[in-house]
Design a protein around this ligand. Structure first.
Ligand code: NAI
Ligand code: AKG
Length: 413
């Protein structure tokens, strides 16, 4: 695949899932005007059709970017996930096609932490059940089973950006923060690491999940794990729907093995606001259900729009892959006097030699070269002194493209 960079108004941008208008404004400010904005997500077949003309794609958590979809994406240069999670994208397939994927690693962190903090208090006070009763004409004025958060043990599973932010906020309420993480983590404030998941589950009054979706976190919490939790404790999941076995949770709540739960993410989520939400948890009084809105605040969404659009623009304008989640990271100065070539290739021996041999053969001076590789892919950005009027750029691109193992070549400017 090879592209001589298009004029900005020819670059087709598709934004799905109602990403914040700040993204559109950011693109437009930088001269990108060919933007299609769709409020919902598209299913696999619709995406396979639509993606064929798209250079930059923006999605949130609903759009599944499978290997099949990516196989139709001949023009696609980069994907922006306007969220933290990137599990909805086949990152390996994207990388192997030279498609760079970006996300917003902390623009909605605070929003999730605040929601979880609110849920902790609501659940410990049995507000979901009292609220449901009141809506039906009931009056459950009783302290039975209601507790303060102060002094209770908060067990955080996954002590990353959200887990640590939540831990700090919870300490302000006087909670005792314990966490379990597969990595060694700096314990902030008075938080304490716990050596194993069962140990954390046994001692916590509130268990909250803040792990990514990975093969290891799939069904991390099932009937066996719930059985080790205190019957007075509550479970919160605002991470990914595949982390908790929902049937096991529903039966534990019905059998009063747990005192309550707050669930924001589900194994199957509606693809739009018009679709009916089905779940075995529906109707359980002491279960707070929210429609995957942990990160959905105006502040977070506006910031994410600017952040991710900015990353896509920087990649489009100067080739920078800084903070890409599936790609070697190259951060670049702009060279006003040079032309810039991008070469994405399979990481195999001799690639750089082959690239530089072409420059030597064509008597082109290289004024800057930036290479990064990971185990599969190499990404080299080459600034060259070529007269903008000279036709040699076409020949360079052709010869770069002919190097065996080349995935994509582009001339930026
Ligand atoms: N409900 C919502 O709207 C939102 C949900 N999320 C979800 O929250 C997740 C966490 O976000 P961040 O804190 O920003 O991620 P992060 O990457 O900063 O932290 C994740 C932590 O989980 C740990 N971890 C991974 N596997 C583990 C395992 N098997 N057991 C214990 N710990 C494990 C990691 O070592 C890391 O410390 C995201 O991946 C996303 O899926 C994020 C934002 C909004
Ligand atoms: O707001 C969204 O669409 C998804 C939020 C989320 O789950 C994430 O940021 O990972």
């Amino acid at each position: 695949m090879s592209d001589v960079s298009l004029a900005k108004d020819k670059i087709q941008i598709l934004l799905l899932e109602g990403v914040h208008p700040s993204a559109v404004e950011s693109f437009e400010r930088q001269g990108y005007s060919n933007i299609e904005y769709i409020k919902g997500s598209l299913d696999e077949d619709q995406l396979c059709e639509k993606i064929q003309q798209v250079h930059f794609l923006g999605i949130r958590s609903r759009t599944q970017l499978t290997a099949k979809v990516l196989a139709h994406a001949d023009k696609l240069l980069a994907v922006g996930c306007f969220c933290i999670g990137t599990n909805q994208v086949d990152l390996h397939a994207a990388r192997e096609r030279g498609v760079v994927v970006f996300n917003a690693p902390f623009s909605n962190t605070r929003s999730v932490a605040e929601l979880v903090l609110a849920e902790i208090i609501m659940l410990l006070r049995r507000i979901p059940a009292k609220n449901m009763a009141a809506h039906q004409g009931g009056w459950d004025k009783s302290a039975q089973g209601s507790y303060e958060a102060r002094g209770k043990v908060l067990g955080i599973i996954g002590y990353g950006h959200i887990g640590t932010q939540l831990g700090i906020l919870a300490e302000q309420l006087g909670m005792q923060v314990r966490f379990y993480d597969i990595e060694d983590k700096l314990a902030l404030g008075n938080a304490q690491a716990v050596a194993s998941l069962p140990s954390l589950l046994k001692q916590a009054d509130v268990v909250t999940l803040h792990v990514p979706e990975t093969p290891q976190t799939q069904w991390l919490i099932g009937a066996k794990e719930i059985a080790t939790m205190k019957p007075s404790s509550v479970l919160i999941n605002a991470s990914r729907g595949t982390v908790v076995d929902i049937d096991a949770l529903a039966s534990a709540l019905k059998n009063e093995q747990l005192s309550g739960a707050a669930i924001d993410v589900f194994p199957q989520e509606p693809s739009s606001n018009n679709e009916v939400f089905e779940s075995p948890l529906r109707g359980i009084a002491q279960c707070l259900l929210t429609p995957h809105v942990g990160g959905s605040t105006m502040e977070a969404q506006a910031n994410i729009g600017i952040e991710v659009a900015g990353k896509l623009v920087r990649y489009s304008d100067n080739g920078s892959t800084l903070s890409a989640v599936n790609f070697p990271e190259v951060s670049l100065p702009t060279h006003a006097t040079s032309r810039r070539l991008l070469h994405i290739h399979e990481n195999r021996p001799g690639m750089l030699t082959a690239v530089n041999q072409i420059m030597a053969d064509l008597d082109i001076n290289v004024s800057g070269q930036y290479l990064q590789t990971d185990e599969k892919v190499g990404y080299v950005v080459i600034d060259v002194d070529i007269d903008p009027e000279a036709k040699v750029a076409d020949e360079v691109v052709q010869r770069l493209r002919d190097i065996p193992g080349t995935i994509r070549t582009r001339v930026l400017y």
